[in-house]
Design a protein. Structure first.
Ligand code: SF4
Length: 134
């Protein structure tokens, strides 16, 4: 997760917003790693909540709570966020200089030559000087 002046990055990670905060437009805010981390943290928290619930509720209630909450709150939002991330990468891959360059790594939206994130399809970080065909 990129750094920012904001002090609520952990909360942002857990929220899995569909749009990044407005002060983080210079880097991809959500990446594969941050999405997987958020999903794992959510699943662990929900697992702990289910364990607490099991002390007070029946086994059936606990299992339904665990299954529905882990899917609906843990995995599904992360999947939606991952789809959004893939759309953003597809925009860059589709017809941009970086998308046709052998140095572009779509997994983390990174230029491996400069070790810099490619954020906008029309503004390659190298300004075209490092481009090499795939
Ligand atoms: S070398 Fe230039 S064109 Fe290639 S991925 Fe990096 S920034 Fe984009």
């Amino acid at each position: 997760m990129p750094s920012s002046d904001r002090d609520d990055r952990f909360v942002d990670l857990l929220l899995l917003r569909m749009n990044p905060p407005s002060d983080t437009k210079d880097r991809p805010y959500y990446t594969t790693g941050s999405i997987v981390s958020a999903a794992m943290i959510r699943v662990v928290l929900l697992g702990l909540a289910s364990m607490v619930l099991s002390k007070y509720a029946s086994t059936n209630v606990t299992w339904w709570f665990a299954m529905i909450s882990i899917w609906g709150i843990g995995i599904y939002p992360a999947w939606l966020q991952y789809q959004r991330f893939n759309e953003s990468v597809a925009q860059i891959e589709d017809g941009s200089l970086c998308g046709a360059c052998r140095h572009f790594n779509p997994t983390n939206q990174l230029c491996s030559l400069l070790d810099a994130h490619v954020v906008h399809a029309d503004t390659p970080p190298c300004e075209g000087e490092g481009w090499e065909p795939r």
